[in-house]
Design a protein around this ligand. Structure first.
Ligand code: XIL
Length: 388
């Protein structure tokens, strides 16, 4: 099944040189103001976010679109240089993968995954069950519950099986809650009942027992009725022995609105015995963005990243895109934009430097011990069952 791709066990191990180079860079920094002034350039490998994150035992990821990946050189090179994990932004959604019933199109997803493998990046799968971006045959099919159940099972099993060796984690259910903590009224809930979530998790687990299975939602960064609902759901799934391994906090934020309770919230999820990931971070700004707003945005990126670093089981941060040149924000939130760490010309913004500073050595209060089996997510050890 893995075909031309190396399996989990044989996958290349990311270079550890990054850590050594980092130490050298640090020593240079300690050598005095003249040396310190020669701060590593944004594009020097030792300063890249992925090396800093790996040294902290975390991932730094980005959502990726196949078009610019092949069409724009700076997109390609920035992504390869800075990130050790990718999430296909749309390419694994139902409408893309199974546009007609039973007819699968893997081309876009495969392009991204091949890129990731070439650049030693892990791949996060997004998503298996959602109310949005479903093909019309499914959304308008009005299937009887039993048939819908079979359709969902086939879709999950086919997708998870195909990428068994290449996708280490899946957002199994995306956005299952309303803001008040009630379950979102979707065709899944209506036709399959509340247990559709447990059922989807079980199917995914059977298809790939090694995959980390997540529930993912927005507006669950701080403590509020919606994150309370996620907390209770995960707790009850764990109690029932349903395979659930992580909570994905999307993190599409308005400028200046990072909840004070972010770290506490991450910690309470982790204490349930699951991983936590920031899966879709962006911070949108009314356009045009001022210098002051870009500085506030930088502080927002830092706060989220530090909240994650403070909790051992928070595995990392993924930004939803990485360049303002390709971001969903202007299309979806009128008059807003500039939400990502690189500008439209791929120049690093204050948010980029804030990420770099937050990930710098010494900032990981919750850092995992470096014993084998608890290594950085970008290493082979964490790709194995050891970290489960
Ligand atoms: C967005 C994509 O970025 C857009 O390109 C697409 O048009 C709509 O979906 N929450 C999610 C993501 O889980 O899948 C969404 O992605 C953003 C909100």
């Amino acid at each position: 099944m893995a075909g031309r791709f190396p399996s989990r066990a044989t996958r290349p191990i990311p270079s550890r040189l990054g850590g050594a180079a980092l130490v050298l860079a640090l020593l240079a920094g300690l050598a005095g103001p003249a040396a310190a002034a020669q701060e590593p350039r944004a594009d020097s490998p030792e300063a890249a976010l992925r090396h800093l994150a790996t040294a902290q035992g975390k991932h730094i990821g980005a959502a990726v679109a196949p078009g610019p990946l092949t069409g724009e050189k700076p997109y390609h090179s920035t992504l390869a240089r800075e990130f050790n994990e990718v999430t296909p932004e749309n390419a694994l959604k139902w409408a893309e993968v199974e546009p007609q019933r039973g007819k699968y199109d893997w081309s876009a997803a495969d392009r991204i995954i091949e890129f990731a493998q070439r650049h030693r990046q892990r791949v996060r799968g997004h998503t298996l069950v959602w109310h949005s971006q479903n093909p019309s045959w499914l959304a308008n099919g009005d299937f009887a519950p039993d048939e819908l159940r079979g359709i969902l099972r086939d879709h999950i099993v086919t997708k998870v099986n195909r990428y068994e060796d290449r996708i280490f984690a899946w957002d199994v259910v995306n956005e299952p809650f309303n803001e008040d903590g009630g379950m979102r009224e979707t065709m899944w809930l209506r036709k399959l009942g509340r247990d559709y979530i447990a059922t989807a998790l079980r199917w995914a687990h059977r298809a790939d027992p090694d995959a980390k299975l997540y529930l993912n939602d927005y507006n669950i960064m701080g403590i509020n009725p919606k994150s309370d609902a996620m907390y209770e759901l995960v707790r009850s799934l764990k109690r029932r022995g349903v395979p659930i391994h992580g909570v994905g906090i999307q993190g599409h934020r308005i400028l200046g609105q990072i909840p004070d309770s972010t770290e506490e919230n991450i910690r309470r999820f982790a204490e349930l015995g699951v991983d936590v990931a920031i899966t879709e971070l962006d911070v949108r700004i009314p356009m045009p963005a001022s210098e002051q707003e870009l500085r506030t945005q930088a502080a927002n990126y830092a706060q989220v990243t530090e909240g994650c670093l403070a909790v051992r089981r928070c595995v990392g941060v993924t930004t939803w895109g990485f360049t303002d040149r390709h971001s969903w924000i202007p299309d979806w939130f009128e008059g807003q934009g500039a939400a990502l760490p690189f500008d439209e010309q791929y120049r690093p913004k204050p948010a980029y430097y804030a990420l770099r500073e937050a990930l710098a050595p010494g900032n990981g209060r919750g850092r995992a011990p470096s014993a084998p089996g608890s290594a950085a997510p970008a290493t082979a050890a964490a790709d194995s069952r050891a970290g489960r």
